[in-house]
Write a protein that binds this ligand. Structure first.
Ligand code: FMN
Length: 166
């Protein structure tokens, strides 16, 4: 695979972070992903993350190294990586979306169950979930019941940024 070809990667990992750590993780990771022109979304099911990242394969492998080094406790599992023609998460360097309905499917994928076509279906459903959420007018978006609560801005967090956008 050529290093400058646009690719997407789909990763399942375990979530052991408390609310504040989760906000810190998202804020730090957004800054890092922006530097590397990586876009994507972190779906949080409660016990697990499903993460979609987009970028050149060189940029993605750097991000995955950071994830594997820094996020060892998350035991990341790469479900697949493939080339793409266009980005799905244009302006989001790490959108964040609680997705409790996907807990069972992501847990199974993380545990080593499932086949490529099942991961592709899960991937497509998550992309759809994100697009549906992102297309709702901001003022009509109901806060998800299990969203980490906004407290004060984190160091390095852009003014006005919440955990949602990215
Ligand atoms: C669930 C999870 C997802 C992550 N996603 C990314 C990512 O998309 N890009 C990236 O460069 N690093 C990613 N990382 C790595 C973190 O940004 C960070 O480098 C790592 O957690 C170490 O941070 P610390 O040294 O402040 O504890 C991820 C880590 C975790 C646990």
């Amino acid at each position: 695979m050529h290093g400058d070809r646009l690719s997407t990667i789909f990763i399942a990992s375990r979530c052991q972070a408390a609310d504040l750590e989760l906000r810190r993780l998202v804020a730090i990771t957004r800054v890092n992903n922006k530097k590397r022109q990586i876009t994507g979304c972190l779906f949080w099911t409660g016990q697990y993350f499903a993460q979609i990242l987009e970028g050149t394969s060189v940029q993605l492998s750097q991000a995955v190294s950071r994830l594997c080094d820094g996020g060892r406790q998350a035991a990341p599992r790469i479900l697949f990586q493939s080339q793409i023609d266009a980005r799905q998460f244009d302006n989001s360097h790490l959108a964040f979306l609680p997705a409790p309905d996907f807990e069972e499917a992501v847990a199974e994928a993380h545990a080593g169950g499932g086949r490529l076509h099942q991961f592709q279906i899960l991937f497509a459903l998550l992309v759809q979930e994100h697009h549906e959420y992102a297309s709702e007018p901001r003022e009509l978006r109901a806060p998800r019941p299990d969203a980490p609560q906004k407290q004060k801005p984190l160091q390095g967090e852009p003014a006005g940024a919440g955990i949602w956008g990215g």
